[in-house]
Design a protein around this ligand. Structure first.
Ligand code: TXA
Ligand code: MG
Length: 318
């Protein structure tokens, strides 16, 4: 049985023993281990069934830790860190020799993030090492935004889920790196592209679907429910195309009304993108439990967090 508990000291004790704990963050739950323990890091890859070629994000609580982990900290990266940390931004920076190759999949860069969650910041303060944490889901499955999502995935194999409640932002961090000093967004995420650009100007987006991705979040089939899901602009006509099907709907807001469909999840009361993002994976998890024939998801306007939500929905349709 996996322990689900708010006990930060217990979580620290397990991490000290080079074992794994699922941790709450403001984006999604992470599956955490000591970055300096080969046993713990291998354990993360095995538990997630994640290919070793996909690097892990290192989580810190203090800007000073960037020094230990990197060989340089470009000015634009510093500006982003000042504005968005603690928060849903992962910076890809040149790594120091201290960072094990297993974390970075042999790359010369390391992904670093300071999460914005009081429980995990407190946990990190109690540890003398940073922790690596990918999202706490088996490879290609929907990311967890509630403690019980993690327990459902790993019950019995994982020692503990540190319960920090529901993840407020609900989709993964935005990943920003640098190529020849030019900022590049590798994954759209919980901080809107527009907000990044307000701080450092125009950025290149390389959030493409690729077979040999720079980031596994870029893989075509990702965040996928078991149930077939389609992403459409016109929900009414999509419903017509599936007569005699057990349909579920994933809709923007509560004024959308489709009486003929029984299973509907509204992502927001008012169509607010931030609220919709925070409810997205929870809604996908619950629709996926209902043994539906198909989930019809309404495409968001392609701006602000709407673009990040569409990205996750598109990947779920693959
Ligand atoms: O919000 C988040 O970022 C969550 C929470 C737990 O912090 N974590 C998360 O981790 O989404 P994960 O492993 O599921 O996705 C991290 C992404 C992967 O796509 C990985 O390839 C990319 O970050 N990444 C990590 N280090 C990298 C590096 N050095 N270069 C390029 N991409 C990197
Ligand atoms: Mg993930």
């Amino acid at each position: 049985m996996t322990l689900v508990s708010k006990d930060i000291l217990k979580a620290a004790e397990i991490l000290h023993k080079e074992e794994l704990v699922a941790i709450p963050t403001e984006t999604v739950y992470g599956l955490a281990g000591n970055i300096y323990s080969e046993k713990a890091i291998r354990g993360i890859f095995i538990m997630k069934q994640r290919p070793l070629m996909n690097p892990l994000i290192v989580h810190i609580h203090d800007l000073k830790q960037v020094e230990e982990l990197t060989s340089s900290f470009p000015e634009k990266a510093q500006e982003l860190a000042r504005v968005f940390w603690p928060g849903s931004l992962t910076l890809i920076l040149p790594k120091s020799n201290k960072v094990p190759d297993l974390i970075t999949a042999g790359k010369d860069t390391v992904g670093i993030r300071m999460p914005h969650h009081p429980v995990t910041l407190e946990l990190l303060k109690q540890l003398e090492f940073p922790i690596a944490a990918p999202s706490a889901n088996p490879f290609t499955k929907i990311s967890p935004t509630k403690a019980h999502h993690v327990k459902d995935y790993f019950d019995g194999t994982l020692k503990m889920v540190l319960d920090g409640g529901d993840c407020k932002n609900g989709i993964e961090s935005t990943i920003v790196g640098f190529e020849n000093d030019q900022p590049v967004v590798y994954r759209l995420g919980a901080i809107a592209l527009e907000d990044i650009e307000k701080v450092i100007g125009k950025v290149v987006v390389k959030n493409k679907k690729e077979n040999a991705p720079q980031a596994p979040g870029m893989m075509a089939r990702h965040y996928a429910p078991q149930t077939k899901i389609i992403l459409v602009n016109d929900v009414a006509s999509a419903i017509q195309q599936y007569p005699n099907h057990k349909i579920g709907l994933l809709l923007h807001h509560e004024i959308d009304n489709f009486n003929e469909v029984q299973h509907i999840k509204y992502l927001s009361k008012t169509g607010d993108f931030k609220e919709a993002a925070s409810n997205l994976y929870g809604a996908m998890h619950s629709l996926d439990q209902l043994d539906l024939d198909i989930i019809i998801a309404h495409r968001f306007p392609e701006k602000d967090l709407g673009a990040s939500i569409n990205d996750r929905l598109k990947r779920a349709t693959q």
